[in-house]
Design a protein around this ligand. Sequence first.
Ligand code: DC
Length: 226
Amino acid sequence: MSSQALEPFVIVAIDGGAASGKSSSARALSERFNLLHVDTGSYYRALTSELLAQGVDAGDIPAVTSALGGLRLGTRVDGRSARMEINGRIAGEEIRSREVNEAVSHFAALPVVRQALLAYQRGQADVARARSFRGLVMEGRDIGSVIFPNADFRFFLEADPAERVRRRAREGQEDSIAERDRLDSSRRASPLSCPAGAVAIDTTRLTLPEVVETMSRAIASRLSPA
Ligand code: DC
């Protein structure tokens, strides 16, 4: 048996609201355990940016469906991060613009948009295996509930809204956090919620190293640090 066959491949799911600490902790875990980092929020943002550029309105389902049919999705691995290519192009900083912040939850609420990304997101595990990562750490809203309900580790991050607004401000970003959370939690298709069996962590009064330490202790039971 090869040593690769003995090495477990681990899937870590991190869900939570906007600015709850998902990206920072996912990035730290990817470094510590040599996991491919997948930020699915950036995928919804990139699709939104593309659809807005094509002049498509989230209320016009036939137009959204037709535009999605014309998109070819690929993946580029940049260090330990997966990036989505749309028709061969990687989106830039425009995915953090105010227009995208305001529109992304409306597009993400559409079943046709979620369906377009479902198999693609699951396929990121194959990308991680092909690139010899020891697993995958995927962050989003429905990773532990819909994309990988059988993930080895499922975490759900929470934080007080005021603290989350302060975090975004420190990053120099203006974000409609409360409104996005309201839309993401109340939609019918894969709403944001802590799935049964996931480990909930309130990050309001924790430092990033403390959050990462809590997650790492669990993961280290399966995988030694890289
Ligand atoms: O993580 P983020 O704030 O960059 O995500 C942007 C939006 O994308 C978020 O408001 C809702 C949507 N999203 C989603 O519906 N499902 C995911 N798995 C990830 C993001």
